[in-house]
Write a protein that binds this ligand. Structure first.
Ligand code: SAH
Ligand code: SF4
Ligand code: F3S
Length: 501
């Protein structure tokens, strides 16, 4: 008998992508195989995101199309996984009766059993299916596994099932306990739960044993890691433990909350040479009144002080941020404070999001009174400022040699390969004659020749040329770290362009 096939699409953040990897791992352990494409799959799974309306709209429209297919193929299994499954668990099947399974992020641990049950149920339904009965005949298995369940972190990860051979995500904590008024994540992901250090180190060591050299630790407030485990269990301690893995070369972590940027974390970032030289520290707004309304728990001043403390100890770290524009009642003057903060910190990268009301959140009870056009304008202002900061920083790198972890073919140019620098910048360089696929996963020296806002273009140097390249020109402080570390972003989005929703 041929193995059943699946097709899985991720719509969300890095945690969502990691979850997809764990789900795939589980399905393969159960004998499922990846389909060549969605159209030929027996099981179609959408791992979804609820963070903004736009993210949800894409999934609703995808599900609408799958309904048509299911009319002709009643045995097809359609599954909604992830944050939308959790958020809409009560009425997902009522709204989309052809959906067979609705599985929230806390119930991925036994996803294989849920999928199998749906498949068997559907094969039975298909036997009695009457295609002449029209659209009302479209029925799904209606299995809902949300709320509490078996976490994906209990899955014994098949280290072979990962998209990049040298890069991997590792979840260190699930959920979020923060009270940000606009955010749906605490609802969809539940309470904060940290994984024990030993479990994380064991998983990281297995990944490194299979060729991974760069690990990105994931958590919604990753730097709050361990506070539920007991005193002394911190992200800094975890970083120090992981640092001992000999073949690990780069260690990044996302996303940090400003309130947990502690002294011991700053010390670890300053001291540990494998730790990534950037920090994603979303500020959301530069206005004290808006920050308070959002319940972020810090002021502009306090945020800036933390950043200062970090840079005093680790001056080569670059800051990345997220901003929300058009939060209810945000005035134009308050928005200007976000713009001035962006400039003041001089972020290397920012994601800018237009406020999107999420049902059930505190902010959803407020009037969404900033017009779409004004949100659009504020969005553009921040993007323009961020672009100019990027151009400035990228220009400063022209003439330097950067170590690049090669990720693969450049997404828009098959004649080039691309990878990331120590500060998470994308670098493209010409492919060698033989296609250069053996370079993927390797750290190569690239001399930067051209700077754009969103990427750099350079020439790959032979190892012996690299030394000369370095000496040619004074490198900016940011490029002079003792090692050339970098951080991958696997979501394929362009930095600070991601947010037009
Ligand atoms: N846990 C991370 C990221 C959470 S979601 C953190 O706290 O930093 C990623 C980003 O989406 C947030 O940083 C915020 O900028 C944005 N976001 C969250 N909810 C939003 C909403 N309702 N409307 C617009 N942007 C939102
Ligand atoms: Fe959402 Fe705030 Fe938690 Fe981030 S810290 S996931 S923005 S509630
Ligand atoms: Fe989206 Fe859920 Fe991640 S809402 S941003 S997929 S945690």
């Amino acid at each position: 008998m041929t193995a059943p096939t699946y097709h899985l699409t991720s719509y969300g953040c890095q945690m969502n992508k990691l979850d997809s990897e764990l789900v795939e791992s589980r399905l393969r352990q159960r004998g499922y195989e990846p389909a060549a494409d969605e159209a030929s799959a027996n099981v179609v799974l959408l791992n979804t995101c609820s963070v903004r309306q736009h993210a949800e709209d894409r999934v609703w429209s995808r599900l609408g199309k799958l309904r048509i297919r299911k009319r002709a193929e009643p045995a097809l299994v359609v599954g909604v996984l992830g944050c939308m499954a959790e958020e809409h668990k009560r009425f997902m099947v009522a709204r989309m009766p052809h959906v067979d399974l609705v599985v929230g992020p806390s119930a991925f641990g036994d996803i294989d059993v849920t999928v199998e049950n749906a498949r068997h149920k559907n094969l039975e339904l298909a036997k009695v299916h009457d295609p002449s009965a029209g659209k009302h005949a479209v029925a799904g298995a209606g299995l809902v596994a949300a709320g509490i369940g078996v976490s994906g972190d209990t899955i014994v990860r098949d280290v072979k099932v990962r998209p990049h051979k040298s890069q991997a995500f590792v979840s260190v904590m699930r959920g979020c306990n923060m009270p940000c008024t606009y955010c749906i994540v605490p609802t969809t992901r539940g309470d904060e739960v940290s994984r024990p250090i030993d479990a994380i180190v064991e998983e990281a060591a297995r990944l490194c044993g299979d060729g991974v050299t760069e690990i990105t630790l994931l958590g919604q407030t990753v730097n709050a890691y361990g506070r539920d485990l007991g005193p002394g269990i911190t992200l800094a301690k975890l970083l120090r433990a992981l640092h001992e893995i000999p073949s690990l070369r780069r260690l990044a972590f996302i996303t940090s909350h400003p309130n947990f940027l502690s002294e011991d974390l700053i010390a670890a970032m300053a001291e540990l040479p494998k730790v990534a030289r950037y920090l994603h520290l979303p500020v959301q707004s530069g206005s004290d009144r808006v920050l308070k309304a959002m319940r972020r728990g810090y002021t502009r001043e306090r945020y800036l002080r933390r950043v200062e403390q970090l840079l005093a100890k680790a001056p080569d770290i670059e800051l990345h941020s997220d901003f929300i524009v058009g939060y209810p009642s945000e005035t134009a003057a308050e928005f200007d404070e976000s713009a001035s903060l962006m400039l003041q910190v001089g972020y290397a990268q920012s994601y800018v999001f237009q406020y999107s009301p999420r049902p059930g959140t505190v902010a959803a009870g407020l009037v969404d009174d900033v017009s779409k056009a004004e949100k659009e304008r504020r969005n553009q202002v921040l993007l323009t400022i961020q672009d100019s900061l990027c151009v400035q920083k990228n220009n400063a790198l022209v003439g330097t040699t950067q170590e690049v972890l090669v990720e693969g073919e450049s997404p828009k140019d098959a004649t080039r390969l691309s990878g990331r620098t120590v500060h998470h910048r994308i670098v493209h360089f010409d492919r060698p004659q033989d296609g250069g696929l053996d370079l993927v996963g390797r750290y190569v020296p690239v001399r930067i020749e051209q700077a754009m806002a969103h990427s750099l273009v350079g020439k790959r140097l032979a190892e012996n040329e690299a030394e000369h390249g370095r000496g040619d020109r004074e490198e900016p402080e940011s490029a002079r770290h003792a090692h050339d570390l970098d951080h991958p972003r696997h979501d394929g989005t362009r930095p600070h362009r991601a947010a037009t929703t």
